[in-house]
Design a protein around this ligand. Structure first.
Ligand SMILES: NC(=O)c1ccc[n+]([C@@H]2O[C@H](COP(=O)([O-])OP(=O)(O)OC[C@H]3O[C@@H](n4cnc5c(N)ncnc54)[C@H](O)[C@@H]3O)[C@@H](O)[C@H]2O)c1
Length: 231
């Protein structure tokens, strides 16, 4: 199925990479459902107000939406706190939003995609999945999400449902802006093109994986990081 006419659900679409991704899918002719707990003035497509910390409500939410052709699990949280002093509620939030919610979304959507023998799922990981991260739980959830991408690709691939991931490097969004300058400097020293990534560049890869990448691309992670794996 080409991009035209697809229904695409994007989490964390209120700003940043999710917003750019929503706009790119809309420009490709898709019907876009933008999910977030917080929106600015601009919303791409249909607005879905939802807080992904409510894992138990996800099956009902998905049940109300009808057919979804592509799911983009993009929403995540990161806290810049000392690794040995991360408050318990932040640990819970990071694991819930970054890991449990994407799994719950996939679980809720897999039956309808399986039935139609068609579907695309794109998980947004991070280069920190490979390198570790000062926010221990952030890095750990991203590594787990890439592992889960492979598990679901194996589980759903024979039903025509293709699950892949992107692993962005430093990308100009609010999440990047909150990093300490020392980390931004370290990251900038290691990127090949000498600048942070634009959200639109990540979005182009997500749209490809979410629409017309070859069916043989399954369970993989596309690194969008200018060849940089900073510590
Ligand atoms: N910006 C980077 O440098 C970078 C690098 C690697 C990976 N990523 C990944 O890219 C994705 C998008 O990040 P971004 O940089 O655009 O971040 P961002 O903080 O700008 O946007 C994240 C969005 O997720 C939403 N969100 C957070 N918690 C939510 C919840 N409980 N319920 C619903 N929505 C929620 C936020 O409201 C926000 O709109 C994330 O998965 C992030 O881990 C970003």
């Amino acid at each position: 199925m080409s991009a035209e006419g697809r229904t695409v659900l994007i989490t964390g679409a209120g700003r940043g990479i999710g917003f750019a991704t929503a706009r790119a899918f809309a420009e490709a002719g898709c019907r876009v459902l933008s999910l977030d707990k917080q929106f600015g003035d601009d919303v791409i497509g249909e607005r879905v107000d939802y807080d992904l910390r409510d894992i138990a409500g996800i099956p009902t939410l998905i049940g109300q939406m009808g057919a979804i052709d592509t799911l983009v699990n993009n929403a995540a949280v990161l806290y810049c706190e000392p690794y040995d002093a991360i408050p318990e509620e932040h640990v819970t939030e990071i694991i819930t939003v970054n890991l449990r919610a994407p799994v719950a979304m996939i679980e809720a959507l897999a039956p309808q995609m399986r039935q139609r023998k068609s579907g695309r799922i794109v998980n947004v990981g991070s280069v920190s999945a490979f390198t570790g991260h000062p926010d221990l739980w952030y890095g750990a959830t991203k590594a787990a999400l890439l592992n889960i991408t492979k598990s679901y690709a194996a589980e759903l691939g024979s039903s025509g449902v293709f699950v892949n991931a992107v692993a962005p490097g430093p990308t100009l969004t609010a999440m990047y802006e909150q990093l300490p300058q020392s980390r931004k400097d370290a990251v900038m020293r290691s990127v090949h093109v000498g600048r942070p990534c634009n959200p639109e560049e990540v979005a182009r890869v997500i749209v490809w994986l979410g629409t017309d990448s070859p069916d043989y691309v399954s369970g993989t992670t596309v690194d969008v990081n200018s060849g940089s794996y900073p510590r």
